[in-house]
Design a protein around this ligand. Structure first.
Ligand code: GLV
Length: 321
């Protein structure tokens, strides 16, 4: 019997590759850089499994090109908005992601970004490097403390909970959250469910941890920013598309909100001459929430196991329901 044919759209850690190589007929795009979609189209015909990344556009054309042999698509990411789920459902192709394994890395990064933003740390580092660090001044580079503040989290899933747990020891007074529904474990992290407007009006720090969907697309727009506190900090480690970036620029430059820290943007990469990049009260990271070796190795392993499970007629660990 011929081996299960798998195409991998990037160079991935050996933790995943070794698992697949033992059992499947594997071909890969051997580079770190994102594969152009024409290249994906050239390689998918007749495959049984596709291991892709969040930058790949796995649309109807790719799925059609792969043909009826395609049984499983796994993405080496938590987000799966780049895969045409509806088309997969129609054709009986299983879709899987890599949940859980980047919860800690993304939660840690989110907290780091909050501290960077609240305490103006990048401006501090820049002043040292550029020779602008002069004699001590009482009013210079003052930021805000987290102690006693209210934090609002949009999306209290695994990552949102990880953020809530980590922010609590800073002496936060309340953690509010909003999600598609109330979640039973909110009490474990002391988070209170509120409607979206209450959350954004009462929070000193608003943290976006949700994924991108029709319901969350541009949920943070000029109307939202108007309702937030003028002293509010917005952190986004969910998906860039949740925030309308032109409106964010206006809110940050007009003083409607105090500062923002973004690990995700729309588009990605954000052009270096984008107006938000030039603002001192907006810290932008290049989507590096899960960039730890621990997470990457686990993600590759889970993605490979997702494929092997389907090959063996089992339900993959990361099945997207
Ligand atoms: O953003 C990262 C992921 O979806 O894993």
């Amino acid at each position: 019997m011929s081996k299960f044919k798998v195409y991998i759209t990037r160079r991935i850690p050996d933790t995943g590759l070794d698992l697949l190589n033992g059992h499947c007929d594997v071909t890969s795009w051997e580079e770190d850089e994102a594969i152009p979609n024409e290249e994906i189209l050239k390689h998918v015909s007749g495959i049984n499994g596709l291991l892709c990344m969040l930058t790949d556009n796995i649309d109807k054309e790719v799925i059609e090109k792969a043909g009826p042999s395609l049984k499983v698509i796994t993405t080496m990411s938590v987000g799966y908005e780049h895969i045409d789920i509806e088309e997969c459902r129609r054709r009986g192709i299983l879709v899987a992601n890599t949940p859980n394994v980047s919860t800690d890395s993304v939660a840690e990064l989110t907290l780091s970004l909050l501290l960077l933003t609240a305490r103006r740390l990048i401006e501090g580092v820049d002043s040292v490097k550029s020779g602008h660090w002069g004699p001590w001044k009482p009013m210079w580079l003052c930021g805000v403390e987290l102690t006693g503040r209210t934090v609002g989290i949009l999306g209290l899933g695994r990552i949102g909970c990880g953020v809530a747990k980590r922010v609590r020891p800073f002496g936060i007074s309340r953690i509010l959250y909003n999600d598609i529904c109330e979640v039973s474990y909110a009490g474990d992290v002391g988070a209170e469910f509120t409607d979206f407007d209450t959350m954004i009006k009462e929070s000193d720090v608003v943290i976006i941890c949700c994924n991108l969907s029709e319901a969350t697309k541009h949920k943070f727009n000029k109307d939202t920013f108007k309702k937030m506190k003028k002293t509010a900090i917005l952190i986004n480690s969910g998906r860039g598309g949740v925030v309308q970036h032109d409106d964010l620029y206006d809110a940050l430059t007009s003083g409607e909100i105090y500062a923002a820290g973004l690990d995700v943007t729309e588009p990605e990469p954000l052009p270096h001459d984008h107006p938000l990049v030039g603002l001192t009260n907006c810290i932008i990271l290049p989507h590096m929430g899960s960039n730890t070796w621990d997470s990457r190795n686990h993600m590759a392993e889970i993605a490979a196991k997702n494929i092997l499970s389907v090959m063996n007629g089992e339900v993959p660990y990361g099945l997207v329901k």
